[in-house]
Write a protein that binds this ligand. Structure first.
Ligand code: DGY
Length: 321
């Protein structure tokens, strides 16, 4: 009988990840690729030593309290861990890791795509052509907002924010940021630090959100904070839906405070906000920031590296608790 630890992978991961996992562990895969419910997580827990979940599996305090003590490590296949009650997991003595760094390029690409697409009305234009409604042209037709040379405010200057800043410099954008701590000047690369959010919002013609969803950041973009932004500014969110008050966002778009928004994440996922459907000014994607072949392998390998380290008696490099 094999003495390899039992690893449950809750969703369908990249073929390379699943192959490596099967080589090193007694692996329980999930070819049906459905999010595991609270009851399924609890029911599986006495059978497994380690879990690789995604942000679709919710480890609430209630779920954690009912987990079997056999589970030793939860190695998330995500950088965000707002689906995990970290305090409850810590109390239970379960190690938790995430996958930072490896998805920064892919997510910054999607942020840039949303920024450009929202500013230049990409989705509206595509629909017009596709639906055979492109019947005329004039200089006043589908005029959008130029990106080149504009001020970009970044909320949360971690790895993704830093890569986005680098890409945006290619469009001669002037980079400003708000972060809990100021970066050293090498990492700043000329970006202007704002110690308070209001000061950043006041000057951001474009604003891109890159902070985690925590009790401190939930709803930070709301009626009051949208009001601080310049008229006709553009908002991009590739972080988490919960950091935006979606009613306030709709109101800001309707009033013209915001010219457009590009969103890859929503308060309700999957599905998004049905009230956004009729809004041409919102460019929407279905939470695909990290969805590239390269990044899916890298995320899977990083989660496995963390589990390998744990079972080898070493400290997982991405240990959060
Ligand atoms: C992340 O890694 O947090 C992405 O949103 C995908 O889960």
């Amino acid at each position: 009988m094999s003495s390899k630890p039992v690893l449950w992978i809750t969703r369908k991961l990249s073929a390379n990840t699943e192959e490596r996992a099967a080589h090193d562990y007694q692996v329980i895969l999930s070819p049906d690729d459905q999010p595991a419910s609270a009851e399924q997580i609890v029911a599986m827990s006495p059978k497994v030593d380690a879990i690789i979940p995604c942000h679709s599996e919710i480890f609430s305090a209630d779920v954690v309290s009912r987990l079997d003590k056999r589970v030793r490590i939860i190695a998330n296949h995500s950088v965000g861990v707002d689906h995990c009650d970290l305090a409850a997991l810590k109390d239970k003595g379960i190690i938790v890791t995430n996958t930072p760094d490896v998805l920064s390029d892919a997510t910054a690409e999607i942020a840039m795509l949303l920024l450009l697409g929202a500013a230049r009305r990409a989705v509206e234009g595509d629909r017009l052509v596709r639906e055979r409604r492109w019947t005329s042209w004039s200089p006043s037709f589908m005029v959008g907002h130029q990106v080149t040379g504009k001020r970009l405010g970044i909320v949360g200057m971690g790895k993704v924010g830093q890569v986005l800043a680098k890409r945006a410099r290619g469009f001669d954008m002037e980079i400003h940021y708000h972060n809990r701590t100021r970066l050293d000047s090498r990492l700043e690369s000329g970006a202007v630090f704002h110690s308070d959010l209001e000061s950043l919002l006041n000057i951001s013609e474009f604003l891109s959100l890159h902070c985690p969803a925590t009790p401190d950041t939930r709803g930070i973009m709301n009626e009051a904070t949208f009001a601080m932004m310049p008229d006709q500014s553009i908002l991009v969110n590739t972080a988490r839906g919960a950091i935006i008050d979606e009613d306030a966002l709709l109101a800001a778009l309707k009033s013209g405070k915001l010219a457009a928004a590009g969103l890859d994440c929503f308060v309700m996922e999957p599905g998004g906000n049905p009230r956004f459907d009729s809004q041409e000014k919102i460019f929407m994607l279905p939470h695909i920031g990290s969805a590239t072949f390269e990044t899916r392998d890298a995320m899977g390998f990083r989660a496995l590296d963390n589990i390998d380290a744990f079972f080898a008696g070493k400290e997982p490099v991405d240990r959060l608790i």
